[in-house]
Design a protein around this ligand. Structure first.
Ligand code: SAM
Length: 387
């Protein structure tokens, strides 16, 4: 089977690319892609969750990741090496194309990530990764799962396989790929906050306030990066996932409540206490607050630890509820502090949800920007700075 790309007439000086976007934002993504210099989208397909565009543009390869970072609704833009016809679960044409791409470079340190976009097979993407990896091994080019220098993303549509260049730090599905790395994420949400920090250029300083923290993905992520956190949620956190040595304080209205006692009793790094206790708050890496009177508790805590340098809100409430919480918490934030707010989209009126949230934030925050992060599901992420 031939390489379809080689036969296509794209003209010179064009970079072939594949762009992935959430189906719900496909029209916005297409508008953004149309801004690429001399862009021509030649192929598009869609699956329940993902739209895939393939096209060519005169953009330089080195500018590709910069450009994708500027787009709010495109999840990833990847350099397209090759595209081949598929024939059911016979991957031979694909294997040949992948081997060719890997052998072209001096370094053969690579991993393979598969994404199914309407490709019908009983095999899961992970199973296909294994089949392709084993085939590469049989050719003497051995995938490196822990620290690959490059990642080959293979996007499978109904009958075409696209072989693209990704990067090990930018997996299309980071949570699924995470078992290959040493980092034990609590949940997929952790990758949202990693992406948010990368996209919005956030470098947290001082304490971080995490509202809607359970089961603890964002708190875990920031804690592992070295921040101290106050985590607000009535739900419990996965306390066992935090590195040994992290000192955790759980502040509760009823610290003798049985579920709480049971969840924390096996950890000697956890202190369980009532709100009014006069503990030295700055001794703890994580303070988990299970409360209904949050403003009072926060007022009390910031007397000891100072105002927060970052606020993260990821509640499963309406699009305006999170913005109201940001507004109410503004007095606890330092000037210039970063706000990351997940806005749930109850329907497709994306910009209405965003502008409602913006309106609420406008009294106390500035420079609001928006990004549909690759790991956002039926939601979008806002970033702003405290006035
Ligand atoms: C999607 S989960 C958060 C996931 C979390 N960011 C993580 O990384 O694991 C939403 C959480 O928001 C909490 N929540 C909803 N409304 C809240 C509110 N008004 N105040 C605090 N927490 C709230 C829920 O209890 C739930 O645990």
């Amino acid at each position: 089977m031939g390489d379809l790309l080689e036969q296509a007439d794209y003209g010179f000086d064009s970079l072939h690319y594949v762009a992935l976007a959430d189906t719900r934002f496909a029209n916005y993504a297409k508008k953004e892609l149309s801004k690429l210099p001399s862009n021509s989208i030649t192929f598009q397909t869609h699956h329940i969750e993902t739209w895939m565009f393939s096209g060519s543009s005169s953009i330089a390869e080195k500018d590709l990741s910069d450009v994708s970072r500027k787009f709010s609704f495109v999840d990833n833009i990847l350099k397209l090496h090759s595209q081949v016809e598929l024939n059911g679960d016979d991957y031979s044409s694909l294997e040949g194309a992948i081997a060719k791409v890997i052998k072209k470079e001096d370094s053969h340190s690579f991993s393979i990530e598969v994404k199914k976009i309407g490709f019908v097979s009983e095999k899961k993407a992970k199973d296909i990764e294994v089949i392709l990896g084993l085939h590469m091994e049989s050719l003497g080019i051995i995938p490196e799962l822990k620290n690959p220098k490059r990642t080959i993303l293979v996007a499978l549509t109904k009958n075409i396989g696209f072989v693209c260049e990704s990067s090990p730090s930018n997996h299309v599905d980071r949570f699924r790929q995470a078992n290959a790395s040493k980092y034990a994420a609590i949940n997929r949400a952790e990758y949202k906050i990693i992406e948010a920090m990368q996209f919005f250029g956030i470098n947290p300083t001082g304490y971080v306030l995490d509202i809607g923290a359970a089961p603890g993905g964002w708190t875990h992520c920031l804690s592992e990066l070295g921040s101290k956190i106050v985590a607000i949620d009535y739900g419990l956190l996965f306390y066992d996932k935090f590195s040994n040595g992290k000192k955790i304080l759980v502040l509760a209205e009823h610290p003798d409540e049985q579920t709480l006692v049971n969840a924390t009793k096996n950890f000697d790094n956890i202190t369980l206490a009532a709100f009014d206790s006069e503990l030295k708050y700055s001794d703890f890496d994580i303070i988990h607050v299970r409360a209904s009177n949050i403003p009072d508790v926060l007022q009390h805590i910031i007397k000891a630890i100072g105002k927060f340098g970052m606020l993260m809100i990821d509640i499963n409430g309406s699009s305006t509820e999170g913005a109201h919480l940001a507004d109410m918490s503004a007095n606890f934030m330092k000037s210039g502090a970063d706000l990351v707010l997940t806005v749930k989209l109850q329907n497709m009126a994306v910009m209405r949800h965003v502008s409602k949230a913006e309106e609420i934030l406008s009294g106390k925050y500035n420079s609001v920007s928006v990004k549909k992060l690759p790991h956002n599901r039926e939601e979008i992420t806002l970033h702003a700075a405290r006035d």
